[in-house]
Design a protein around this ligand. Structure first.
Ligand code: ADP
Ligand code: MG
Ligand code: MG
Length: 865
């Protein structure tokens, strides 16, 4: 199998081998788009390189043949006399990793070539500019020299010459600059090869190596991209956007990536090379301006955009260069978009008939939907912004301004929300961007690094805010005339491009029309039910509005966290005579009856599963240490001596494995009975009021069917007294319960998988202490993902499968639900759908994720069948 393919021969080889960029270049070349000729070195070559630590056997001969092919297509010679063939060397992994890997332009240029190039173009300034750029990019990417070295030399020369912009430097200045660059390279013990072939070989190796650079690794880790995908290398004839005013370079989106609106969107920079736009170094002009300035070119771009979208059947983000009036495409890929835009684009593409509704469902990342409910600035109370920039990524954020990724780490480690404030961002800032609630930059356009990455991460961003100045040394920054210091609170509105001093009030957003439509398509396709976890009528109401078809988990202990109730709860736990316990129970009964009523009312006509009390006792008692400290100082209040004794008696080494759940309920049966009485009373009252309450109840933390039998025997008399019953089930959250599911299933009407505890107990990982090692485990890739977030299919999932099968075999009417945090995580939801569970239950705002993911599971299953 070859390791190198010319673009026009590579179609059909697939993205894994060609990388995203190579794949798109091949597709475009085949379909007749104007793509400069070139070839792709496959990801397999990169893998071989990393395996063997050297260029793979035979690769170089293939590369030479590839270059000959470009020479034939362009009529130019690599390293030749006169107008030389120059190429770009571009990395491209199978999944898009914007700005992660490095590109070298103008490769193949030598000092001798500069002369040929200036004669052939009649433009010595251009030729020297190309050369000095090559020196800097090669110096940076291949030789590992800090980019600041070259930037400083450029700035110094500009200062010497009194030049304000790069463009004010002439040919001789750039020749001088090239000489200084070379000197700087040599001073660092490095060498720039004047042999084009050596340049090419070193550049290819550098791209291979860049797969392992730290920022690429950070990105992969964050997005769970496998380390062995590797990158392809694309070698392509250069076209020049910096040959004068009739040349330029730009980036286009076939639809608006922030809103999803169908309009050609993008940016254009006259007389410039591509990197200038992407890096956000110069702020480009909106593409729309070309409409007046150069309508013919604008129409041409528009036409190409339409064809690209039709060809790739998705919104495209494309890079182009215009060389002396002729348009070339350099790249096209599915455009990164905000969650808002993703929804609108998917729905509109389906309605335009470009894709089917099922495909539309797959085009939206289910996990991103909660971001659509992202907070926005409350228009009622918003003050005047102090600064404006571009609305690069929607949503609003409030946080402490940090001026570096290090500060972002520092402040978040101390528990603060932060907003990253930078002149512009580069891949070095990625780690800080991940931590930030919002991003604010002084420079760059809507397709700058900051804008693209923020949209991809779903973080609100305002970019190109010209009135922002930053003094990194003094840790100060200026919003217009306001001077602030690092750590001061600011607010940004990424939908409007506005920046505010201090904290601005935020409100929740509503689901829009397109989202409603997409989810209605999802609801028609999916078979998995979606409920919500909610502990209050407000949460239940919200969940219902978001499409929940019931409540899968009401944590009744959560109703006791307010102060007055807590006191009664304590009284009940600590009571040492019956009268005391009786009074406390009566109080708690009243609270619960009212709570249950509220939730059942909000969910009228839909099932609501109440879980009997599962209080890790320590959460309800005063901390032992505090009481002991008082005792040591002789400061115990009169009643507290007794309290201390009781707290000591109940103290546990590991409360999560302790006296909780069913264990507490069986040994304090009056609590169990009180709760059912409260629930049945609430149910009865609502029925009498003409409503349709559908209450269900379940037992927490059981590990043995005998616990279930014992509990039900305590509950039976209550049902008899009330004259009606409600469905009873159990949580399945200990491995033993899962392993003995058949026996338990005979006793109950439903199981509800409590995958938080089940994960904790299956792994033997304490949820409360996992912070000590789990982050490092993920960092080191011991675990591929965090099993407390995403359900582990091999282990925990196996328990689910086994118990579901045995449970259903023993009781064919058994209903199966899942109510851990995993119920709102897209992968886990798909797994639940595959298992054929009846429903998942998610936090209210993640109901959206569950609805879409459940539908996606169905579409994927059909595609496989
Ligand atoms: P990235 O992955 O960062 O987008 P690219 O490989 O697309 O990197 O290269 C960066 C920039 O260099 C692009 O914006 C593109 O315009 C420019 N570029 C790449 N190849 C060529 C070429 N053959 N001719 C002209 N410009 C090029
Ligand atoms: Mg790049
Ligand atoms: Mg690119």
């Amino acid at each position: 199998m070859a390791l190198v393919y010319a673009f026009d021969r590579a179609a059909g080889l697939g993205r894994d081998l060609l990388g995203g960029k190579g794949f798109a270049l091949a597709e475009m070349a085949q379909a007749g788009f104007p793509v400069p000729p070139g070839f792709t070195i496959t990801t397999e070559a990169c893998r071989q390189y990393h395996r063997e630590g050297r260029l793979p056997e035979g690769l170089w001969e293939e590369v030479e043949a590839g270059v000959r092919g470009i020479e034939a297509a362009t009529g130019r010679t690599f390293g030749g006399e006169g107008l030389p063939l120059l190429v770009s060397v571009r990395s491209g992994a199978p999944v898009s990793m914007p700005g992660m890997m490095d590109t070298i332009l103008n490769l193949g240029l030598t000092e001798k070539g500069v002369l040929g190039l200036s004669e052939a173009t009649g433009n010595p300034r251009f030729a020297w500019d190309a050369y000095r750029r090559l020196l800097a990019m090669y110096g940076e990417v291949v030789l590992g020299i800090e980019p600041a070295v070259f930037e400083n030399l450029l700035e110094a020369l500009k200062a010497e010459r009194g030049a304000e912009r790069d463009l004010d430097l002439g040919a001789e200045d750039l020749a001088e600059l090239s000489a200084r660059y070379k000197r700087a390279i040599e001073e660092r013990g490095k060498r720039f090869p004047e042999d084009p072939w050596e340049q090419l070989r070193e550049a290819v190796l550098a791209v291979f190596r860049s797969w392992e650079n730290p920022r690429a690794k950070t990105y992969r880790r964050h997005y769970q991209i496998p380390d062995d995908l590797c990158t392809a290398v694309n070698v392509q004839a250069m076209v020049f956007g910096n040959l004068g005013e009739d040349s330029g370079t730009g980036v286009g989106f076939t639809r608006n990536p922030a809103t999803g609106k169908k309009e050609l969107y993008g940016e254009y920079l006259k007389n410039a090379q591509g990197e200038d736009v992407v890096a956000g170094v110069r702020t480009p002009e909106p593409l729309a301006r070309l409409k007046e300035e150069n309508p013919k070119l604008y129409r041409e771009i528009e036409e190409v955009a339409g064809r690209l979208e039709a060809h790739f059947r998705d919104m495209q983000d494309f890079e182009f260069t215009v060389e002396r009036g002729k348009l070339y495409l350099l790249q096209s890929r599915a455009g990164k978009r905000t969650p808002e835009a993703a929804v609108r684009i998917a729905v509109e593409l389906a309605e335009e008939g470009v894709i089917s509704r099922e495909e539309a469902l797959l085009k939206v990342d289910a996990g991103s939907l909660p971001a659509l409910l992202r907070a926005r600035i409350d228009p009622e109370s918003a003050p005047e912004p102090v600064l404006r920039g571009l609305p690069a990524s929607p949503g609003a954020a409030v946080g402490h301004a940090v001026l570096s990724p290090e500060a972002a780490e520092d402040w978040t480690a101390r528990g603060f929300d932060v907003i990253l404030v930078r002149p512009e961002t580069s891949p070095e800032d990625i780690s800080g961007m991940f931590l930030s609630r919002g991003i604010l930059t002084a420079r760059g356009g809507m397709t700058s690094h900051a804008a693209v990455v923020a949209r991809g991460m779903g973080v609100p961003a305002v970019v190109g805010a010209a009135g922002l100045r930053i003094d990194e040394e003094k840790k100060r920054f200026y919003l217009g005339e306001h001077e602030l210091k690092e750590g001061d609170v600011i607010s940004i509105d990424g939908s409007a491009g506005a920046v505010y001093l201090g904290e601005v009030a935020l409100i929740e957003s509503e689901t829009g029309e397109e989202l409603e439509k997409l989810l209605s398509w999802a609801d028609r396709v999916r078979r998995l039910g979606v409920r919500a976890n909610a502990d209050t009528p407000e949460d239940a109401q919200r969940a219902r509005e978001l499409g929940a078809e019931g409540i899968g988990l009401v944590r009744t202990e959560h109703m006791f966290f307010d102060e007055e109730r807590l006191a009664w709860m304590r009284a009940l736990i600590l009571a040492d005579d019956e009268a005391e316990a009786e009074t406390a129970l009566k109080k708690l009964f009243e609270f619960q009856r009212a709570d249950f009523r509220g939730i059942l009312e909000a969910m009228d006509g839909l099932p609501v599963t109440f879980r009997f009390l599962d209080p890790p006792l320590h959460e309800f008692l005063p901390p032992l240490i505090e009481l002991e400290r008082k005792e040591a100082k002789g400061e115990l209040a009169p009643g507290e001596a007794k309290l201390l004794k009781q707290v000591r008696r109940l103290a546990e080494q590991n409360p999560m494995l302790g006296f909780r759940g069913i264990r507490l309920l069986l040994l304090r049966p009056e609590i169990l009975v009180m709760q059912l009485e409260a629930l049945l009373t609430a149910t009865k009252e609502l029925r009498e009021a003409g409503l349709d309450p559908r209450s269900e109840a379940m037992l927490p933390l059981i590990s043995d069917v005998r616990e279930v039998e014992r509990a039900f025997s305590l509950l039976e008399p209550v049902f008899e007294r009330f004259g009606f019953r409600i469905p009873l089930g159990t949580m399945i959250e200990t491995p033993r319960a899962a392993l003995t599911a058949g026996a338990i299933a005979r006793e109950v009407e439903f199981f509800s998988y409590g995958t938080n505890d089940l994960t904790q107990l299956t792994y033997g990982i304490s949820r409360d202490d996992a912070g000590k090692f789990l982050p490092a485990y993920l960092e080191e890739r011991v675990f591929p993902y965090d099993p407390t977030e995403r359900l582990d299919e091999e282990g925990v999932g196996r328990l689910l499968r086994l118990s579901a099968e045995e449970g259903r075999a023993a009781n064919p009417d058994l209903k199966l639900g899942l109510c851990g945090e995993h119920g709102g995580e897209a992968h886990s939801v798909k797994f639940a759908a595959k298992l054929g569970l009846d429903y998942v239950s998610a936090s209210p705002y993640r109901v959206l994720t569950a609805r879409l993911a459940a539908a996606q599971a169905e579409v994927e299953k059909r595609a496989q069948a």
